[in-house]
Design a protein around this ligand. Structure first.
Ligand SMILES: Cc1cc2nc3c(=O)[nH]c(=O)nc-3n(C[C@H](O)[C@H](O)[C@H](O)COP(=O)(O)O)c2cc1C
Length: 367
């Protein structure tokens, strides 16, 4: 479909390095807040950020803590505001509210696999109803004067509606599509269907970001070559390795990828602790919050999972950092593995088929 001549040209913000494939930090509830965005930007920002999802329903107002990631964004990189919901009027109302904030665009969540979410027919649940997606995209396209983006999985329990939904992406002139190459039922741990991402790239007119298990810059480059996507979106592996976006740019430019040392990882953990310090937050709760990030970091510290084992048993700031020092500063020049060590699972106790009941949670979304 050629662009409507009445519609002013909508352009995606340029990437940090013109000509290179795009990179984006995947939206992650309870993770991609202002503090985490700042930390990531320190080690090499992605081209684009996406907020955690704003819940949209009759009584909803844009959540203040998510708005902070937009209003106080000092990373220098654009942030898209993600919405989850299905009520056309309230989606339009929320867009109108968000337009008072410096957003790069509005992103629709068509992927959240939490049963409590999809049973309300929002997030991944909408993939069962392409007719409803058609209405929602129509309402959003009318409400969003700038960039409208979509993040989707490849289907609910199979790919039977995938091509139809890709047609809707074209029909409503979506400006950027991120595809997590799993169905809703496949949750977070199955093989990723990069062939389906390639199918989306071939079908839609907008750029596509490939998402799902992009564990390293090398892996990202392979998936880009296989799918011909315009860029990559990376979530959990950016928690493990916040240098990954800088490394992607090195890889994509054909330069050697700068490895990370354990000493640098220790510095990252200290920075994460400082940035996530909130007045009044009890030390024990802060330590617990840190453990959620460190579950991912630990996948590349040692092949035996010894760091993870010790880290999980700590209950105070001093104990946590004593474990970090013992495992990361004994040989600070040792290389932090570019890929997770095989079999080192982020949180084996939580390898259950269902994620958190009302959303996505670091407690449960692991390896
Ligand atoms: C803790 C966590 C929270 C998430 N929250 C969201 C969210 O708010 N919106 C969304 O579209 N996807 C969310 N996701 C899915 C990610 O954006 C991404 O699609 C998924 O993790 C696969 O990418 P990865 O293998 O690079 O992590 C979440 C994932 C995790 C691990």
């Amino acid at each position: 479909m050629s662009p409507d001549p009445a519609t002013p040209a909508r352009r995606l913000p340029p990437g940090l390095v013109p000509g290179l494939p795009l990179t984006a930090l995947a939206p992650m509830q309870d993770v991609t807040d202002l503090a985490f965005m700042r930390v990531i930007a320190h080690y090499g920002a992605p081209d684009y950020f996406f907020t955690e999802f704003f819940r949209v329903h009759t009584q909803s107002r844009p959540e203040r803590h998510i708005l902070r990631a937009i209003d106080e964004n000092t990373t220098g990189r654009p942030v898209f505001a993600q919405l989850i919901g299905e009520d056309l009027g309230h989606l339009a109302r929320t867009v109108a509210e968000l337009l008072h904030h410096p957003i790069a665009g509005v992103d629709l969540n068509l992927g959240c696999p939490a049963p409590k979410v999809y049973k309300k027919n929002v997030g991944g649940g909408l993939l069962r109803e392409p007719g409803r997606i058609d209405e929602i995209l129509g309402a959003l396209r009318a409400a969003v004067p700038g960039l409208l983006t979509v993040k989707m999985r490849v289907g609910f329990d199979d790919l039977s509606s995938f091509d139809h939904i890709l047609d809707l992406i074209n029909r409503h002139q979506v400006d950027l599509l991120s595809v997590h190459g799993r169905t809703v039922k496949e949750m977070y741990r199955s093989e990723v269907r990069y062939d389906a991402i390639a199918r989306a790239v071939a079908a839609v007119r907008c750029p596509v970001l490939a998402n799902g298990n992009l564990t390293s810059a090398t892996r990202a480059a392979t998936v880009l070559a296989d799918t011909r996507a315009a860029g990559v979106m990376i979530g959990r592996h950016a928690i493990r390795n916040p240098w990954i976006f800088r490394q992607c740019r090195e890889q994509f430019a054909g330069r050697p990828v700068t490895p990370v040392t354990l000493g640098e990882v220790r510095e990252y953990i200290g920075r994460l602790y400082r940035e996530t310090t909130v007045p009044g937050l009890a030390e024990r709760l802060h330590v617990n919050k840190m453990k959620k990030y460190l579950n991912f970091v630990g996948q590349s510290v040692d092949a035996t999972g010894a760091f993870l084992h010790a880290m999980r048993r700590t209950e105070s700031e001093s104990a946590l950092f004593a474990v970090c020092d013992a495992h990361l500063l004994a040989d600070p020049g040792r290389i932090f593995a570019a890929e997770p060590y095989p079999g080192v699972i982020a949180r084996p106790n939580c390898e259950t088929p269902d994620p958190a009941p009302d959303g996505c949670s670091l407690e449960t979304i692991t390896a």
